[in-house]
Design a protein around this ligand. Sequence first.
Ligand code: FMN
Length: 300
Amino acid sequence: MDTTVNLAGVELKNPVMTASGTFGSGEEYSEFVDLNRLGAVVTKGVANVPWTGNPTPRIAETYGGMMNAIGLQNPGIDVFCERDVPFLKKYDTKIIVNVCGRSVEDYCAVVERLANEPVDMLEINISCPNVKAGGIAFGQNPKAVESITKAVKKYARQPVIMKLSPNVTDITETAKAAEAGGADVLSLINTLTGMKIDINRQSFALANKTGGLSGPAVKPIAVRMVYQVANAVNLPIIGMGGIATSDDAIEFILAGASAVSVGTANFYNPKATMEIADGIEKYMKQYQIENIQDIVGKVK
Ligand SMILES: Cc1cc2nc3c(=O)[nH]c(=O)nc-3n(C[C@H](O)[C@H](O)[C@H](O)COP(=O)(O)O)c2cc1C
């Protein structure tokens, strides 16, 4: 049975990876999860300088999910390279670094800094507000997506994954823009912008007023978007959004994802990633699937 996945020349032992921001930098979960069992660890987003994030409260529960407005708190690329990369290097898994920024220059600075680090791939989070464009997220404008992809690709030594925002009318437009800009792989979806009001305090549940919705409640939207993008571009796709079990993961693979990321589920089941990897193998045995790639996008 072959569970390996090739993403732009990088071979993963299986299609299961973590979703950025829900697994720390790996170390936080290493007591619960044997990181050697994962196809890849995707780190929390990192910027060129430290970010303090948003005021609290920054998370709230919702039906079948959660909302967050962490504001991409991170220690900055220097601390990340000194502390987190050497930790992850001890494991037999691929390292994917998620990158955030407030301007194209910010992103490029991180990507350039990572050029000589032993990381396998870069995932560019374009759901961040573009300060120079009045705060609209890069990922909501196809032109901005194409130009940031081109800019990042100039500095990148590793394959580049562009992580698409679902907060758009037609996700195939931004997917095609990332492809035109030279993206190697696409990942989707990031969180959906939502709002929750605390009726007892008669105020917003999150200090930021709005936050990103994730977890099982978003899965049907994510599967639909993966299917649409898989049929619109010629790039490998990493699918995510509400994956909590191997059945969920297989749904994304059948819709067109070559690999999957597990996010919110890690918070209530820290072993979710390993269980999903095991469950995929069980499914392959049950349906006599020799190679996981044989079922990528099988549902037309
Ligand atoms: C608390 C939290 C923090 C997140 N931080 C990041 C981040 O730093 N960069 C990023 O690209 N996505 C971030 N995400 C989005 C997830 O990686 C993922 O795209 C999204 O949550 C959907 O997957 P899920 O439903 O399995 O959680 C974050 C999500 C959560 C819940």
